[in-house]
Design a protein around this ligand. Structure first.
Ligand code: FNR
Length: 186
């Protein structure tokens, strides 16, 4: 088997029953053996403030940065809030991007999935996030794009993802695995 690559997964929703968390967990199950997805929690990160981020940053900042830095790639699975990236996820991105010149994101391969009960599948959040990823030097998978709209219809009555949604997620995660293999830092 080829080498196993670890992926830090950042979920943009903090709520317990988050649809996006369910999608992230489904992606972890569908991933090929070459990819290990680990959700890195972002809910306990203090709001980013340069005044508390110096020689002795909060432990939560350091731990989060270490998790990111040790990963071979990063996957974002997020809802859209007011046509943009939820504040908790933007905060996590800001924390991971500092100290200046030592961004934990730099040079990693990445991908974005957005899911919403709404029709346009979190397109606004997905693309605002991509704007930050350009600056962060994350090599972002372009295709397939993953805007999971009307996501309620993607689930069976028993709460499992239906075959069609699972099929799309499988294609997505297999393509991402190949992307990570091609673009990971050696
Ligand atoms: C939303 N929601 C939402 N949906 C959308 O498609 N576009 C949007 O701009 C917004 N804006 C928005 C703002 C705020 C503050 C909240 C709380 C929600 C609805 C959102 O898609 C829905 O609650 C999802 O279920 C959130 O994802 P999780 O938590 O289920 O992963």
């Amino acid at each position: 088997m080829s080498q196993v690559h670890s992926i830090a997964v950042l979920v943009g929703s903090l709520r317990k029953d988050s649809i996006n968390r369910k999608i992230a967990l489904a992606l972890a199950e569908l991933a090929p053996a070459s990819l290990k997805l680990n959700i890195v929690e972002i809910g306990d990160l203090p709001l980013y403030n340069e005044d508390i981020d110096g020689e002795n940053p909060p432990a939560a900042y350091s731990t989060f940065r270490e998790h990111l830095a040790s990963a071979d790639g990063v996957l974002f699975v997020t809802p859209e809030y007011n046509r943009s990236v939820p504040g908790a996820l933007k905060n996590a991105i800001d924390v991971g991007s500092r100290p200046y010149g030592k961004s934990a994101f730099s040079g990693k391969p990445g991908a974005v999935v957005s899911a919403s009960p709404g029709a346009i599948g979190g397109f606004g959040a997905n693309h605002h996030l991509r704007q930050s990823l350009v600056f962060l030097d994350v090599a972002c998978l372009q295709q397939p794009e993953a805007y999971l709209g009307n996501i309620g219809a993607g689930f069976n009555e028993d709460g499992t993802l239906n075959e069609r949604t699972q099929g799309f997620l499988k294609t997505f995660i297999d393509t991402f695995a190949a992307w990570v293999e091609k673009n990971r830092k050696s």
